[in-house]
Design a protein around this ligand. Structure first.
Ligand code: SF4
Length: 426
């Protein structure tokens, strides 16, 4: 979501006559886009902005701005903490950034723009994209779920779906420019309501059907799906629609019913297991990935072992795993963060080890298969190699010319690791 927001702002500024430069020294304006989902990201942001103190002193005309969730969460406190900042702008106000820059140039006075947290973003379409063949497309913003550890509903507001017609127009525009893959973005794509169908999960499946018809687009991905709203309609869409990739990211967060309840996730471990089984019935070759938090307040050894148990049963293809950190004003920040840091680390290590073994086991049967790969990059260390992704979103490395970046090729998989497949183009 932040990646797309950054493109949106870059696009607006390029349309206003700005251009991108590669270094802070060469810039007249430096913008930080911020994530506040974890404390670690916020700490790094603060230290990166503070590092610009000397540059701002040497060049007082330089404009430094902060956008994104941390801006929305801490508002003017960010300017108190980091006086080199000229403006702070929440996600809902990002369309105003060109105007903010003009005001700062005129008045040289710090600006706080955070009042549009619940507003729909205007349908502006700056052409700019960081990549030439795959693109993120937002289908909505905000979230109504208020998971107790999560700050998103406070900083991105409640859920607003973009109209299907606007999304389809954007994707058609991308297809006309040669884009092959789109990733539909929303905090919870399964509760998408922009296509007139209010039955649970149906709206998003209908949107997928419409996007599947767009000529030129070869792959459709989406994230993220909340388990409580994941539906059989979605699984059928993944099975039946030609361009929808066979990959489901379904954040589990914990395998303990007690912790899931405290997290306000609205499902049990068994319900999650059943969903994963249903998905596999519809899409047997599909991959499933997840997010897990360890060390949520009061998480006991038994709760943690429940998480390990469910992981062993579901057998995720891969997982993003994090140590819990309190994120005020999210509700769980009022609870005592009582799992000691070294215990959190130990649990995280155990999860990582287990997931590594499972990923290896899941990749083993892929050896010898020929898979379609969208080539998406190269490796500085191995200049003869390129990287790409399977439809199931597995990273694949193989020797090929960089001119294939952005193209679909077939690759026979020769060897595997937990995190990547290696092969030869056929
Ligand atoms: S579903 Fe929960 S974790 Fe995801 S953005 Fe909404 S509140 Fe946060």
């Amino acid at each position: 979501m932040n990646f797309r927001d950054s493109e949106f702002v870059k696009g607006m500024l390029i349309d206003e006559g700005f251009s991108l430069v590669n270094s802070a020294e060469g810039a007249d304006v430096i913008l930080f886009n911020s994530c506040s989902v974890r404390k670690h990201a916020e700490d790094r942001l603060i230290s990166n902005i503070a590092d610009l103190k000397g540059l701002k002193k040497r060049r007082p005309q330089l404009i430094i701005g902060l956008m994104g969730c941390t801006a929305q969460n801490h508002k003017e406190k960010m300017i108190d903490k980091l006086p080199m900042l000229d403006f702070v702008c929440g996600p809902g106000n990002e369309a105003q950034i060109p105007g903010l820059l003009e005001d700062i140039l005129k008045n040289r006075c710090p600006i706080i723009a955070v009042d549009k947290v619940n507003e729909k973003r205007p349908e502006l379409f700056p052409e700019y994209r960081d990549e030439k063949f795959k693109a993120f497309v937002s289908i909505g913003e905000g979230c109504n779920n208020f998971c107790s550890y999560c700050i998103v509903p406070y900083v991105r507001g409640t859920e607003r779906s973009r109209k299907a017609a606007d999304i389809i127009r954007e994707v058609k525009g991308l297809a006309a420019r040669g884009f092959k893959e789109v990733t539909l973005l929303g905090q919870n794509v399964n509760s998408y309501r922009g296509i007139g169908d209010r039955v649970k999960g149906k709206g998003f499946a209908r949107l997928l059907e419409e996007i599947d018809k767009i000529k030129g687009i070869e792959r459709i991905r989406f994230m993220t799906s909340h388990p409580k709203d994941a539906s059989m309609e979605l699984f059928k869409a993944i099975r039946d629609l030609e361009k929808v990739c066979e990959h489901l990211h379904l954040p589990m967060q914990s395998g303990s019913d007690r912790i899931l309840k405290m997290m306000n996730r609205n499902y049990t471990a068994n319900k999650y297991l059943k969903l994963a089984e249903d998905y596999r019935k519809f899409v047997p070759e599909g991959s499933i990935t997840t997010d897990i938090i360890v060390g949520f307040p009061s998480e006991s050894r038994k709760d943690f072992e429940d998480t390990l148990r469910i992981m062993k049963r579901v057998k995720f293809d891969s997982a993003f795993m994090f140590k819990y950190s309190p994120r005020p004003p999210a509700k769980s920040a009022r609870l005592k963060d009582d799992v000691p840091q070294d215990e959190k680390e130990e649990r995280l290590e155990a999860l990582l080890r287990l997931q590594c073994d499972i990923s290896l086991e899941k990749n083993e049967p892929i050896k010898g298969k020929i898979l379609e790969i969208l080539v998406d990059g190269s490796n500085e260390k191995f200049p003869k190699d390129v990287t790409g992704r399977t439809r199931t979103n597995k990273v694949t490395v193989f020797e090929a010319d960089r001119s294939l970046i952005g193209k679909l090729v077939n690759v026979r998989i020769a060897s595997i690791t937990p995190h990547a497949l290696k092969g030869r183009i056929v």
